[in-house]
Design a protein around this ligand. Structure first.
Ligand code: PMP
Ligand code: GLU
Length: 398
C-alpha cells in the first residue's frame, strides 16, 4: 500500500478541495509481476536484445487450427452480439459433460458459468465468498493473482506450509475461526506440484470439519506428467462447498482468446453471475464457439503439447541439477521452481539472470513469502532456447 494516500486537486472552481485518487481497496492490490515481466521481456526483445523469455506462463504453441476455424466461422456467421452472462447453452453443456466425464463432478449445464479467462472466474468466486474479517488459506508459493483477489475482497491471506516437494503439510495449523476458504491449485503455478489423493483427502476433511469453502483452480489439469488429475470437488461432502475453476488458455494454447469457466454451489454461483453481469457481461460470443470446438474436437494436439513439455521439463531439471542447483521435479504445469538461496536468493538471482544472462524469469517472492529462496522458470519455450538458457546460467553460476 502506498505510504501516503495518492491525492489530486479537485477541478471544482469552489476552492481546492483534495480528494483521494485511489480507493483504499484498489491500493491494496499490486501490479501482476508475471504480466509486468512479460511486458518487459517483449520490450527488451523489441529493442534488439536476445532475451530468452522464461518469465511468463503462456504456451508457445499456436491455437489448434480446428479451434481457430470455429471462431472465425462464428464471426462470419454474425455471432457478434451479446449472449447470456453465464455463457452460450452449447458451451455450458459441453463443459458440464466434460466435468462429469473427466472430473466426476455431478453438474449440469445450469451449474456452469463461462468467463472471459479463468482469472475472472477466480476473481468473481473470491469476491462472492470472502469479506472483511475472513481468512483464505493459500498453500505455499501460489499464483500471483490469488493474494490480490483476496485483498480486494477485504479478507486476508494465511499461508499454509508445504514440504520440500511443495506438498501441503500441516494445513490444520493455518486454520482458525476466521478461515472461510482454502484455495487449491493442482497442478500448481509456480511449483508444478501435483496434489495426490491423500493430500486432497486431508484438505477435504479439514474443509468439512471446519465448514470451509474450497476453490480448486484446475487450469493446468491437462499439463500433467506422471499422476492422474483429481478434482477435490468430486470427494464426498465437497460438492456443496467447492468451486471448481478451469479454462482453455493452457490446455488449448488459447491465452489471448480469454475463455474460462467455473462451477460451484448454486447459491455461490448466483452471486458470481450477478457480479459478472455488472462487470464483464459475458465471455465474447464467438470465442465461446471456439471453446465448443476445443472440447468437441480431437485432443491429440493437447497430448503432443504435453509430450513436448515433458521433454523440456526433463532437459531443464537435469541441466539445473547438474550445476548443483536444487530443483524438485514438477509433476505438472510448465514451470520449474529451483532453490537459489545459495546464489543470493530469488530476487537477486532473477535480477542477475536478466542483466547478466538476458534471461527473463519471475522471482519466487512474487508468489508469496514462501517463495523468496526460489526463482520460477517457465519452460514454455523451445528446447533449443532452454539449452541456450542452461549454457548462460552455467556461466553465471561458475
Ligand atoms: N490460474 C492460474 C494458476 C494461472 O496460472 C493462470 C494463468 N494466467 C490463470 C488461473 C488464469 O488463466 P486465464 O485467465 O488465462 O484463463
Ligand atoms: N498465469 C501465467 C503466469 O503465471 C500468465 C500470466 C498471468 O496471468 O499471471 O505467468
Amino acid at each position: 500500500m502506498p505510504s501516503e494516500p495518492l491525492r489530486r486537486q479537485s477541478s471544482s472552481c469552489r476552492g481546492l478541495e483534495e480528494i483521494s485518487v485511489v480507493s483504499a481497496r484498489m491500493a491494496s492490490i499490486h501490479e501482476s509481476t508475471t504480466l509486468k515481466i512479460s511486458a518487459m521481456a517483449k520490450k527488451l526483445t523489441a529493442s534488439g536484445l536476445d532475451i530468452i523469455d522464461m518469465g511468463v506462463g503462456e504456451p508457445d504453441f499456436d491455437t489448434p487450427k480446428s479451434i481457430v476455424d470455429a471462431g472465425c466461422e462464428s464471426i462470419r456467421k454474425g455471432e457478434t452480439h451479446y449472449s447470456p452472462t453465464a455463457g452460450i447453452p452449447e458451451l455450458r453443456k459441453a463443459i458440464a459433460e466434460k466435468l462429469v466425464r473427466e472430473n466426476s463432478l455431478r453438474v449440469t449445464a445450469d451449474d456452469v458459468t463461462v468467463t472471459p479467462g479463468a482469472k475472472m472466474a477466480v476473481f468473481a468466486a473470491v469476491q462472492a465468498l470472502l469479506q472483511e474479517g475472513d481468512e483464505c488459506v493459500l498453500i505455499g508459493p501460489s499464483w500471483v493473482s490469488y493474494e490480490p483477489c483476496v485483498a480486494f475482497s477485504g479478507a486476508r491471506v494465511a499461508w499454509g506450509k508445504v514440504d520440500e516437494n511443495f506438498m501441503s503439510s500441516d494445513l490444520a495449523a493455518s486454520i482458525n475461526s476466521r478461515t472461510k476458504l482454502i484455495l487449491v491449485n493442482s497442478p500448481s503455478n509456480p511449483t508444478g506440484a501435483v496434489f495426490n489423493n491423500a493430500v486432497l483427502r486431508e484438505i477435504s476433511d479439514l474443509a468439512i470439519d471446519h465448514n470451509l469453502f474450497v476453490i480448486s483452480d484446475e487450469i493446468y489439469e491437462k499439463i500433467i506428467y506422471d499422476n492422474l488429475h483429481i478434482s477435490i470437488g468430486s470427494f464426498p461432502g465437497m460438492e456443496e462447498r467447492t468451486v471448481t475453476i478451469n479454462g482453455f488458455s493452457k490446455a488449448y494454447a488459447m491465452t489471448g482468446w480469454r475463455l474460462g469457466y467455473l462451477t460451484g454451489p448454486k447459491e455461490t454461483m448466483k452471486w458470481v453471475n450477478r457480479l459478472l453481469s455488472h462487470s464483464v457481461s459475458q465471455a465474447t460470443t464467438f470465442v465461446q464457439r471456439a471453446g465448443v470446438a476445443a472440447l468437441a474436437g480431437p485432443q491429440d494436439e493437447v497430448a503432443s503439447m504435453v509430450a513436448e513439455f515433458r521433454a523440456r521439463r526433463d532437459l531443464l531439471v537435469s541441466g539445473l541439477r547438474d550445476m548443483g542447483i536444487p530443483c524438485s521435479i514438477p509433476g505438472g504445469a510448465f514451470y520449474v521452481f529451483p532453490n537459489v538461496s545459495a546464489l543470493g536468493g530469488g530476487d537477486a538471482f532473477t535480477d542477475r539472470l536478466l542483466k547478466e544472462a538476458q534471461i527473463a524469469a519471475t522471482p519466487g517472492s512474487a508468489f508469496g513469502p514462501g517463495g523468496v529462496d526460489y526463482v520460477r522458470l517457465s519452460y514454455a519455450t523451445s528446447q533449443i532456447r532452454i539449452a541456450q538458457a542452461l549454457e548462460r546460467i552455467e556461466k553465471l553460476v561458475k
